[in-house]
Design a protein around this ligand. Sequence first.
Ligand SMILES: NC(=O)c1ccc[n+]([C@@H]2O[C@H](COP(=O)([O-])OP(=O)(O)OC[C@H]3O[C@@H](n4cnc5c(N)ncnc54)[C@H](OP(=O)(O)O)[C@@H]3O)[C@@H](O)[C@H]2O)c1
Length: 287
Amino acid sequence: MKVLVTGFTGKVGSQVAKFLRSKDIPMVCGVRNVEKARDSLGDEYEYVELDFAEPSTFEGALEQVDRIFLMYTPGADLQFDIFLEMAKDKDIKHISYLSLKDVQFMPFIHHYKMEKLIKSSNIPYTFVRAGYFMQNLNDFLCKEIKERQRIFVPAGKGKTSFVETRDLAEISVLSLINTEIHKNKTYVITGNEALDFYDVAKIMTDVLNKKIEYTNPSVKEFKSVKKKLGEDEEFVNVVVGVHMPTKLGLAKGIKHDYEKVTGKKPTNIRKYVGDFKGKLDLENITT
Ligand SMILES: NC(=O)c1ccc[n+]([C@@H]2O[C@H](COP(=O)([O-])OP(=O)(O)OC[C@H]3O[C@@H](n4cnc5c(N)ncnc54)[C@H](OP(=O)(O)O)[C@@H]3O)[C@@H](O)[C@H]2O)c1
């Protein structure tokens, strides 16, 4: 058994690789720039070049692996259809695909199309449909948290089902190990509670011992502030789109698949904030 880990430098792929390593499972990490990955992340992992916009990299990435942790990456000209055709030709035994909660109601988004594509490839799969990542707080929400002590996102008063990427990675890895049990299954992975961003700000304030506010900007205010800060318009629109279901009250559903599969409670946001305190690097904030 050997796993190809895609999105290795990202939030979920990095955790999938850690889990696989903790279980001594052979893997190779697909990255766009092998040298850069080796320089920044060291030699602990084996790397192979993989760029979903460059089909010439697919053959090498699929060499000698029989399972794939697959995620849909950002970017243009992605050739997942060709990648999956090659995976089928290479006799890949299982794909664990990182998808999105409620994708079945969203035929216009790429995860919907990807699930269809994977099913039609006839490669056995597990779909891990994820709620809203807690790690977004130390990703695209982090700059505002650090610099202005606020969660700045146009999510209204809606609740969302936050999930820890380590929990997602754990489910993905289990599905890649126990392929027969998890073959052609779909899991919806969320935490145990839906929270709005006021709740999150309160928890962060408590755990970090620094006042963090949720300012609930309108979409117009959000876009205007981001424009002034010179942020990429396309990305800003994606962030608005991602938070729209929350704002509309459609993102609050909780599922218990994590507990059913692992027998454990999912990570809650209080623990997450504590664990990532260092990364949020709030030590230098003056309140
Ligand atoms: N954020 C959420 O709340 C949420 C919720 C549910 C589902 N999702 C889904 O989760 C996925 C994102 O996962 P993530 O947050 O772990 O990713 P991430 O942190 O945004 O990292 C993106 C990864 O994709 C790689 N990448 C970018 N372009 C690539 C290309 N052309 N070919 C190969 N690799 C490429 C990047 O590698 P480089 O180092 O080369 O850039 C990086 O490893 C998306 O499909 C998203 O829809 C997100």
